[in-house]
Design a protein around this ligand. Structure first.
Ligand SMILES: *Cc1c(COP(=O)(O)O)cnc(C)c1O
Length: 226
């Protein structure tokens, strides 16, 4: 793991030097299916943020590991499970529908929390993936502007699992353009601080095209066994 992390960090840094923004890039180590021991080891190696895609797995790990690390909910989130995580996660990457926004707003209002979220975009237009259609993002954002307990902090996308680099680059570029467009509109309370895109197979391309948050699992922890 130490060697894997070192390589991933080196590649992140190298891509950042060629990126459209030159911005620092935050590494989210995706720990789904991996045990607490692996996470503890990653924390010792300097990992500060981990990503999980299932609520139950996330809460079990949070209970054991505690606040030594920040937790990111990166998977599809059912509304009825919001209550288990909204107080404890650093960022929900998968806000992609009004019913979910309503539930987060309702819960967070009751307990006086502010929940940082990214709006997920289905950039490859894939039926198998969550996320709003590209054209649906602005209307969605405008519809939740008065949700005072949701803090929109950026966008998230999962690119299609393809080898075609030119195609991936085009999609990542579209995401960056959308982020810039939203920034220019200066919606009150909306800040495009984070652009979360890029996984093990494509994070270098994503960074070059403007990602400042990458979610990397298998390149750090090895293959997942489900
Ligand atoms: C699993 C997962 C990742 C990490 O995938 P790797 O290919 O192992 O790096 C990133 N983002 C999301 C949303 C995931 O579910």
């Amino acid at each position: 793991m130490e060697e894997n992390l070192k390589r991933v960090r080196e590649e992140i840094e190298k891509s950042r030097e060629h990126s459209v923004t030159g911005e620092e890039v935050k590494l989210i180590a995706v720990t789904k299916t991996h045990g607490v021991d692996a996470i503890e080891e990653a924390i010792k190696l300097g990992v500060t943020d981990i990503g999980e895609n299932k609520v139950q797995e996330l809460t079990e790990k949070m209970d054991i590991i505690g606040d030594k690390v920040r937790y990111h909910m990166i998977g599809n989130l059912q509304s009825n499970k919001v209550k288990y995580i909204y107080r404890d996660v650093a960022l929900i990457h998968s806000l992609d529908r009004l019913s979910l926004a309503k539930e987060i707003e309702k819960r967070a209002e009751q307990t006086d929390h502010i929940v940082p979220c990214l709006v997920q975009v289905n950039i490859g237009d894939e039926a198998s993936k969550g996320g709003l259609a590209y054209d649906g993002v602005l209307p969605f954002l405008e519809s939740i502007l008065d949700y005072e307990h949701i803090k929109v902090e950026g966008l998230m996308a999962i690119a299609p699992n393809v080898e075609d680099e030119a195609y991936l680059r085009k999609l990542f570029r579209k995401m960056f353009a959308l982020k810039e467009d939203i920034e220019r509109r200066r919606y009150e309370g909306v800040h495009m601080n984070h652009l979360s895109m890029g996984m093990s197979n494509d994070f270098t391309i994503a960074i070059e095209e403007g990602a400042n948050m990458v979610r990397v699992g298998s390149r750090i922890f090895g293959k997942r066994h489900y």
